[in-house]
Design a protein. Structure first.
Length: 309
């Protein structure tokens, strides 16, 4: 830290620099967080009638926080409950930074709840939502860097290769660095070959670079906090936390990332037979139900894939 921080907006600048340089958040993510935090500070400055010192951030009350949320859902351009949840997530992350780095905790934030986001019908996440789920683990200041890299690597495997949680967690140290394709044994001992994108290879490489444990070739690649094998429950709990921070529906599960892998491939023009093989489905009818796309697109893809269509 260059020196004592006196103003709240100076703290904001340091936080955004931390996100960009230390957490390596994308410019788009930094821009979104900056927009939310600037609106937050702007409201508090107008509310109090003065610029805020860093010390003032510790004294922002639960009532003031609720007034800010009420402001977001009013006016000419009110935010949706999901957008409000995302703004609150950004502000919570900002306050966590001030607590950990600038010794300025705010106990009131913990008792303020965001708006209830109505769950939507089960569906794959969008490409933007998938990117958010892959980036968000690296933005949590309460996680060790290696744990954040691990969570990002696991989720990248689910979305980038269409793996089930059990399949991703079955990888051993001998499988990494990841090759250009993986031989995966899925349900019913059915084996398939899955191409590995460079982004997936890089995510696993980043995790390996941070991993604090030495592993033998036959040990599971992904490790829990104390060094044991990572459990499926951890992956599920991680995605549950991330979707709360991002304001995503309950349908945004680890399996939804696999679902999205199939749907986004189909939307980009891949044929159903290829997707069936990548996912390891025994029948094409399973892949049809899995790919939640409009009927016209599905029929078109089926016609291209089926010799008797």
């Amino acid at each position: 830290m260059a020196g004592p921080v006196g103003a709240a907006r100076e703290a904001l600048g340091l936080w955004l620099e931390h996100l960009a340089k230390e957490r390596r958040a994308s410019p788009r993510t930094v821009e979104a967080y900056a927009h939310a935090a600037n609106r937050y500070l702007g409201f508090m400055e107008r509310h109090r009638g003065e610029s805020l010192a860093l010390a003032d951030m510790a004294g922002i009350s639960a009532g003031e926080l609720r007034a800010w949320l009420a402001h977001l859902r009013s006016g000419e351009t009110p935010l949706s409950p999901r957008s409000m949840s995302q703004a609150l997530s950004a502000v919570r992350t900002f306050h966590k930074f001030m607590d950990r780095r600038l010794d300025t905790p705010n106990p009131h934030l913990a008792i303020v709840r965001g708006p209830r986001v109505k769950p939507s019908a089960p569906r794959p996440v969008t490409e933007d939502q998938a990117r958010g789920l892959l980036i968000e683990p690296t933005l949590d200041p309460d996680r060790e860097d290696w744990e954040a890299a691990r969570d990002q690597a696991v989720l990248t495997l689910l979305y980038g290769c269409g793996l089930r949680i059990s399949e991703a967690l079955s990888l051993t140290r001998a499988d990494a660095p990841l090759p250009a394709s993986l031989r995966i044994t899925g349900k019913g001992s059915k084996t398939r070959i899955v191409p590995v994108l460079p982004a997936v290879q890089q995510a696993v490489a980043d995790y390996l670079a941070e991993l604090p444990f030495a592993l033998s070739p036959d040990e599971p690649l992904f490790r829990a906090k104390r060094g044991g094998p990572l459990s499926p429950r951890h992956v599920q709990a991680t995605v549950q936390t991330l979707r709360g921070r991002l304001g995503l529906p309950k349908s945004a599960t680890p399996h939804a990332l696999r679902h999205s892998f199939a749907t986004h491939l189909l939307g980009a023009g891949a044929d159903l037979r290829s997707i069936q093989e990548l996912l390891g489905h025994a029948s094409l009818s399973t892949t049809q139900r899995y790919a939640d796309v409009d009927a016209e697109g599905l029929l078109s893809a089926y016609a291209a894939a089926h010799p008797h269509a």
